[in-house]
Each structure stands twice: as C-alpha cells, then as structure tokens.
Design a protein around this ligand. Structure first.
Ligand SMILES: [Zn+2]
Length: 160
C-alpha cells in the first residue's frame, strides 16, 4: 500500500495498522477494517508504530496518493507544501536504495516497450501496444505511479 511493490509472489505480505495497535496508541482499532492495509515487510518495519493525527501518512485506500506524492525519475517526491507527503516518504522509507533500483529496472522495461511502440510503422500495431502499455500504469501494477509518469511524459498530448 505504500511502495507499490508486488510482494505476494515472494511471501504473504503484512497487515499494516495505519493507526498503530500498540498499547497507548490505538489498540481499539486493531481489527477495524478501515485501519488495515496490505503492506510489504520493509515498509511495515520502517513505519513501526509511527502515526501523527495532525499529519497522517497518506492512506491510498481512502485518498488519491497523487494529491501528496509524485514520481520523479526513480524517486518519490512530495508535492510542494505537502507535509503529509513528506512524512509518508520519511515514515515508510520510500526512497530506500532497493526500491530505487527496482523502479529503474521497471522504467527501463517500459522505455523499451515505448520504443517498440514509436518505432513501428504500423498504426495498428502502435495502437495495440499503447493500449497494452496504458494498463501498466493501472493502480494494481508494480510501481504504477512511476510507470504512469513515464508513459504520460512520452505522449504527444501529455497523457494517454
Ligand atoms: Zn512496501
């Protein structure tokens, strides 16, 4: 829910408590559905029991992360003035080296696919490939925020 990694092919994934269940925090929300998320262990371990009601981490289940965060190359940046974006990045360690490396691999794959789209002389093939690429920016895809940013930046009109 934070780093956009596909974790299910490696392990079952963690249940994230957006508001920590720790004693003295929000133990009454331990089983509250709206307080739970699907998370990788790295993000979960980085966040631990951190949560600030006055500046909560972005909850991608109930709000658009794009309001606070943007993909810039292989790093996540907070939108200008967004303290919630900044605290989300810091709390979940969203620019850790392993993620930057994985995002770079993903972007290179997409760049190669984009090249195939634009180098073909067939309009029909181009349209088919672009339609398939558009799906790579869907929210359920790995690093979708980064994929969408690259794909949209390569469109003549700025967006698919
Ligand atoms: Zn993660």
């Amino acid at each position: 829910m934070y780093c956009e990694s596909q974790v299910a092919h490696i392990y079952f994934g963690d249940v994230e408590h957006i508001r920590p269940k720790a004693e003295g925090k929000y133990p009454h929300l331990e089983f509250e559905w709206t307080n739970l998320g699907y998370c990788c262990a790295r993000c979960n371990n980085a966040k631990k029991d951190q949560f600030d009601e006055t500046c909560p981490v972005v909850d991608p289940y109930s709000e658009d992360p794009g309001t606070h965060l943007l993909a810039f190359g292989t790093t996540v940046r907070h939108k200008a003035g967004s303290e919630r974006g900044a605290i989300t990045i810091a709390t979940t360690d969203l620019n850790r080296p392993e993620l930057i490396e994985r995002r770079a691999i993903r972007l290179t794959q997409l760049q190669n696919a984009l090249d195939a789209c634009y180098r073909t002389s067939s309009e029909a093939i181009r349209a088919t490939l672009l339609a398939a690429l558009k799906e790579e920016g869907a929210a359920d895809k790995e690093f979708s925020m980064f994929a969408a940013a690259l794909i949209n930046a390569n469109q003549p009109d700025g967006a698919l």
